[in-house]
Structure formats: structure tokens, C-alpha cells
Write a new protein. Sequence first.
Length: 135
Amino acid sequence: ERKTDMLELVIGDLGVPLACMKALRAFGPVRDVERCVERPRERLPCTISVHDFFNWLDGPLEESWEPYDLLTQNCQHFTSKLISFLRDPLATLNRSSPLERAPPELQLDRNFVMTEVKRNWRSLKFAREEMRRDR
């Protein structure tokens, strides 16, 4: 759930934890349960691993994250992006960095790595550890 500039994430099983998730926000405050509307469950068209989900959070979602704005970047916008990812994860996960897709010899080429990081600083997370330490 997106609240202000924070993303609150609660992971649990069905049953008691689900009831708690409906009644309480991730860090404890009570929700206005009367305003919460449960939608019917949908079967996903494909299997999505927790790893894929966190890659999406840390990749395409994080890269497009904008400060909270009631009209253009709020919880409904986040939910829409989440639903799009759940329905077609490959549409967003395949937008990886050239640095991530580069062959190993290029990933060790300082000029290539510097060029990609200058082009998009977020590519740094795909650089090898020895390249990230290079000053």
C-alpha cells in the first residue's frame, strides 16, 4: 500500500493474518475498515515468484517512483501498476539495464560501466562489486 512517499508491505497467509492486514496498516495504525472494499480474487495468468516481485519493486517500480501526489501518484496509481505487473510480469521485468544484460567481459570494462552509469545512475545496482568500489 502506498501511503505518502512510503510503500507499506505486509506479507502473510490467509486466515488470521489477512484479518489483521485488513484492520491494521503495516506499522500498526488502525484502518478505517468501513472504507476498505475487498475485491474478488483473481487467478494470475502465470506464476510469479517472490524474487520476481521484489525485482519488480526494486527495478521498474523504483525507477518510475515519483513523490506522492494526490492527483498523479497515489495509492490507486500504485495499485494499477501492481495489477499490471501481476497480469503481465514480463512486460515490466524485461526492461533491464544494458549493464545487466552485458556479457561478463563488458561488465568488467570500466569505460562501458562508466558510460552506462552516466547514462542512468540506477544502472549502478547492476554493476559488479569491484566496479561499484572503483572510484
